[in-house]
Design a protein around this ligand. Structure first.
Ligand code: F3S
Length: 428
């Protein structure tokens, strides 16, 4: 593979052993991918602080330098981790200390994570602690090469922002953070950013938050790991709807990039989305029958109407989503048998606190929680058997992770279930 003089210097240790280990990892990774060169990047979203038993052991043995060397650089050598070479943020991780007494989550993890935040903060990692870094100030520009993890963030960066990243891993983002490099393949290259599947929305307008999630879930099923192009009868989505759409498409499939000509920035027309090659692929129709099928699939694990947990904010909620939930809960009280958690980026929780939304939600008996989520931390209220959510992604994953039943519906249906303890949702 081609290496620049700068990259050869890094490989040969001119910037220290840790950077050399990072470059070695990137060269091995490139070779496995048949990538011919590396891209320059200046935006990494990875994970260093997420607690785990292996990490706890490594930190006990050799501190956070050791944990980063083994987990983030795939190296057994004794390395001293330098400052991050490029802007780097921590994505979602475990729950923080304000969750103690609320979330059944080991206190040892909270303490380990706090220690990790302190170490990596000193090394230049921005502790954003969210799966939606784009909501709290990490907004790569169109065409900017990045190294991001977290499927729902990757699809948003590629599709809505027009930035360029593959769905990276813990080690590749670790190596990228010390070098400002990532293999130049897949979504980084112009020729790989065109559409592959055409989806035509017909017969029923897609316009609600729930609709966008179900359409995303459908698109992921159709396109798998390829690039769906969506046309047809849709309202103009906002940030939260595209956040939901992308997370769902990355869940039912492995979609990292989609185009909605006229809405997402990269392909102005359907023809352009297919490289102006002439004939378009035959469209897959998303109509009332397909919509009903998505709804049924996302609700197939729900049998009992007795809801003991309601989860909102997957991907992490925007301030507007928290405000909407607060408006529905104002002056109400949750059922004594139901808990309600809203997951949010910590920076946006501060805004929700200052706006008075958190107080309204807490007065009703609900919680706004930051940094993590039940799927990420495998933690839900004790005794949960049936949960309800407005997130297609969470409805897909949480039943398998925690062995519980799921209902998928609208924000209003979920809040109603939290107040009454009963699921009364249905497709409208
Ligand atoms: Fe975020 Fe957890 Fe959903 S990390 S995307 S809230 S599964």
């Amino acid at each position: 593979m081609f290496l620049t003089d700068e990259e050869k210097r890094m490989r040969d240790g001119a910037e220290g052993d840790a950077v050399a280990a990072a470059m070695d990892l990137l060269i091995r990774y490139s070779s496995a991918l048949d990538a011919e060169r590396l891209c320059d990047i200046r935006n990494v979203a990875g994970t260093m602080t997420q607690p785990s038993p292996v990490k706890a052991r490594l930190v006990a043995e050799g501190g956070w330098d050791k944990a980063f060397a083994v987990i983030n650089l795939d190296s057994d050598r004794d390395l001293t981790i330098p400052q991050m070479a490029v802007p780097t943020c921590q994505l979602q991780h475990g729950f923080g200390d304000d969750s103690i007494g609320v979330v059944p989550y080991p206190e040892a993890n909270v303490l380990l994570q706090a220690d990790g935040e302190s170490f990596f903060g000193r090394h230049g990692v921005n502790i954003l602690a969210t799966c939606t870094p784009y909501q709290v100030g990490n907004l790569p520009l169109r065409g900017e090469h990045c190294a991001w993890m977290e499927s729902s963030a990757v699809i948003y960066a590629n599709s809505v922002l027009g930035a360029r990243t593959n769905c990276e891993g813990i080690a590749s983002t670790g190596a990228a953070s010390l070098t400002g490099k990532i293999p130049c393949w897949g979504n980084h290259r112009d020729e790989n950013r065109f559409g592959t599947h055409l989806i035509d929305v017909r017969g029923q307008r897609v316009e609600s938050f729930q609709d966008w999630g179900m359409l995303g879930y459908f698109a992921g099923g159709v396109a798998g790991e390829d690039h769906p192009v969506i046309t047809g009868d849709m309202s103009r989505p906002d940030l939260t709807e595209l956040k939901h759409f992308g997370a769902a498409a990355a869940t039912s499939g492995g979609v990292e990039l989609y185009h909605i000509p006229g809405i997402t920035p990269e392909m102005a027309t359907v023809e352009a989305a297919f490289a102006n090659r002439g004939a378009l692929p035959e469209a897959v129709v998303y109509g009332p029958a397909e919509r009903q099928a998505m709804y049924d699939t996302l609700n197939e694990i729900g049998t009992s109407p007795d809801v003991d947990f309601v989860l909102l904010g997957c991907p992490h909620a925007s301030v507007d989503q928290i405000r909407q939930a607060a408006a529905l809960l104002d002056g109400k009280r949750l059922s004594s048998s139901t808990e309600l958690w809203i997951m949010a980026p910590r920076a946006l929780k501060v805004m929700a606190d200052r706006s008075g939304y958190t107080e309204v939600i807490e007065r009703a008996g609900g919680r706004v929680l930051a940094d993590s989520c039940p799927a990420m931390s495998r933690a839900a209220p004790r005794g949960t058997k049936v949960f309800a959510t407005d997130s297609a992604k969470q409805a897909h994953y949480l039943p398998a992770i925690l062995g519980i039943e799921a209902w998928f519906g609208t924000l209003e249906e979920c809040v109603s279930a939290a107040i009454t303890g009963r699921w009364t949702g249905g497709l409208h």
